[in-house]
Design a protein around this ligand. Structure first.
Ligand code: NCD
Length: 342
């Protein structure tokens, strides 16, 4: 049975503990030429297909690079919505049937539809070619490899994952990285969340229900200034403008279809008003605890005041993006069952 990486709920606390030990070892190896030489033998001859229907910088490049560090061969299709047969009308399921029939070892998929990764993995399984599928972002669903990077960074910087106050800020409705991270952090005792967003972009109800079911405390506000001083982790995200008007139903959808740009303009103006209260300004960041950290999955737009916040010791988002390489190396080894070798 192939190992797929689809959603954060598939990971247990004990898996994460062992996985992070592997990441730490890989990080050391990857820092030296001799270490890189030994890593390059581990998956030599294996093949990874990077199939991205949506834009990406970090996820696409770091999966590609992680694979090449392990000696894999990589086939890239960027902007698959335009440069693959999807542009001619081919369904995702036919494309996946074809790709898995070629028998790569891993397919890394990013697609605009929530649930697409799960469907794609089922198609790979049905073909019986042993391909592993990794979800690199399924629309407004999840982004589990990013969540492992975020969680590892918290662990590395703070030394523990329990008893933390996590403040998650921005577009919590559409921001898939926040969904995956909340599921992971909810595994740890004493974790509590504050969700900071404009009311229109509040955290997805399914995730709040999950927290309630698991008795994880949470609150919500639209004003970052009221909670930032008490945070251990401030997880900033951008507004997902490109998703805002997709699939709108009812009156909003009707208005948008009737007068798209005017509606869009009004909506943006209204959102910007709220977003100002969710912005991490230098003045606000100065009120954070000295040992707290600021994370961001990137890209960063104007939700953080830069450059001043970049210079604070709490701002660790570039260390977080650096962790993309060792975490994804560990993930590739894990899905191919080679994690015990190191
Ligand atoms: C995120 C994504 O694609 O969900 N980017 C990433 O992979 N680091 C965040 C975003 O696009 O805002």
């Amino acid at each position: 049975m192939s190992r797929h990486i689809i959603e954060s709920q598939q990971f247990s606390q004990s898996f994460i503990t062992t996985f992070f030990e592997l990441v730490a070892r890989i990080k050391k190896l990857n820092a030296t030429d001799a270490g890189r030489a030994s890593l390059s033998l581990l998956l030599a001859g294996k093949i990874l297909i990077n199939f991205f229907y949506e834009e990406s910088t970090r996820t696409r490049v770091s999966f590609n690079m992680a694979a090449q560090i392990l000696g894999m061969k990589v086939i890239e299709t960027t902007n698959a919505a335009i440069f693959s047969s999807a542009a001619k009308g081919e369904s995702l399921s036919d494309t996946l049937r074809v790709l898995s029939g070629y028998r790569p070892d891993i397919i890394v998929l990013r697609h605009k539809d929530e649930g697409s990764a799960k469907r794609a993995a089922a198609i790979c399984d049905a073909r019986g070619t042993g391909v592993s599928l990794i979800n690199a972002g399924d629309g407004t669903g999840q982004h589990p490899s990013q969540a492992l990077i975020d969680l590892y960074t918290i662990y590395e910087k703070l030394g523990h994952l329990d008893n933390l106050h996590i403040v998650v800020v921005g577009d919590l409705l559409f921001g898939r990285t926040t969904h995956s991270l909340v599921y992971l952090l909810s595994l740890y005792p004493g974790v509590r969340f504050t969700f900071v967003s404009p009311p229109q972009l509040a955290m997805k109800s399914g995730i709040l229900e999950h927290l309630d079911e698991h008795k994880v405390p949470w609150t919500a506000t639209d004003d970052l200034s009221t909670v930032v001083g008490d945070a251990d982790v401030v997880y900033m995200t951008r507004t997902q403008w490109e998703r805002l008007f997709v699939g709108m139903q009812g009156l909003a959808g009707f208005l948008y279809s009737m007068s798209g740009s005017a509606y869009r303009f009004l909506k943006r103006r209204e959102l910007r008003k709220y977003s100002a209260k969710c912005r991490l300004t230098d003045t606000l960041a100065q009120t954070m605890k000295p040992g707290a950290i600021i994370l961001h999955p990137m890209p960063i737009l104007d939700e953080i005041e830069r450059p001043p916040v970049d210079t604070l010791q709490q701002a660790v988002y570039f260390d977080q993006s650096d962790n993309g390489i060792p975490v994804r190396i560990a993930l590739l080894l894990h899905v191919l069952g080679h994690d015990i070798q190191l």
